[in-house]
Design a protein around this ligand. Structure first.
Ligand code: TMP
Length: 215
């Protein structure tokens, strides 16, 4: 099972994903926790380029191709092998982020992005996606107050509020188009309530594993 976590900056998805991982582990599942961009050694190098404020003004198509290069390496060398070993893969962002950021917010043609994804990765998609939704004013103020985030990764936080509003609107329309896959979570709520919403969705899908099966 391949599960992704999406949302604007400051939605808390990284922390909430770790919490979801702890919950699934406690139910007896083997996990891979990973992220995009990043995840592989090559991905981490691509991430450093993509998130560096020194690359302000990067050409949008070049930006898209770097995200796609990261994803090809990530899916083929890490995600698919983990799924083949029956691990549950939890991934912090995936192709929906490309649609929301490079498509809805930067203005690249959505159908072109989908065609690239089809060609490069045979349209490989998650089974389940948590969209941690909240207004960009709240998300950005949280993200800017987050000291764990280094300045070296601030290129997207430096985008204007209307950019983040377009990202959010993009995510919401993706979720509307595919209600089977997406679970929208109110991420403006308190962290415990967000965790509870995620846990109850997981409980339905992941019964407790019998770790000591009787012979
Ligand atoms: P994060 O660690 O906050 O998730 O950082 C990743 C940044 O990269 C975030 O600003 C969203 C952006 N991004 C895209 O623009 N397109 C993509 O395809 C992905 C995966 C991330």
């Amino acid at each position: 099972m391949f599960i992704t976590f999406e949302g604007i900056e400051g939605s808390g998805k990284t922390t909430r994903m770790r919490e979801a991982g702890r919950f699934l582990q406690s139910r007896g599942y083997e996990l891979l926790l990973t992220r995009e961009p990043g995840g592989t050694a090559l991905g981490e190098r691509i991430r450093a380029i993509l998130l560096s404020p020194e690359q302000k003004g990067m050409d949008p198509t070049a930006e898209l191709l770097l995200y796609m290069a990261d994803r090809a390496d990530h899916v083929n060398t890490l995600i698919r092998p983990a799924l083949a070993k029956k691990k549950v893969v939890l991934c912090d962002r995936y192709f929906d982020a490309t649609l929301a950021y490079q498509g809805y917010a930067r203005g690249l043609d959505i159908e072109l992005l989908r065609a690239f994804h089809r060609t490069a990765l045979n349209d490989f998609m998650p089974d389940l996606t948590f969209l941690l939704d909240l207004p960009p004013e709240i998300g950005l103020s949280r993200a800017l107050g987050d000291r764990s985030r280094s300045d070296a990764e601030s290129r997207f936080e430096q985008e204007a509020l209307d950019f983040h509003a377009r990202v959010r609107a993009g995510y919401l329309s993706l979720a509307d188009e595919d209600p089977e896959r997406f679970i929208r979570i109110d991420a403006a709520a308190a962290p415990e309530s967000v965790d509870r919403q995620i846990r109850s969705a997981l409980e339905e899908r992941f019964p407790e594993q019998d770790r000591n099966p009787q012979k």
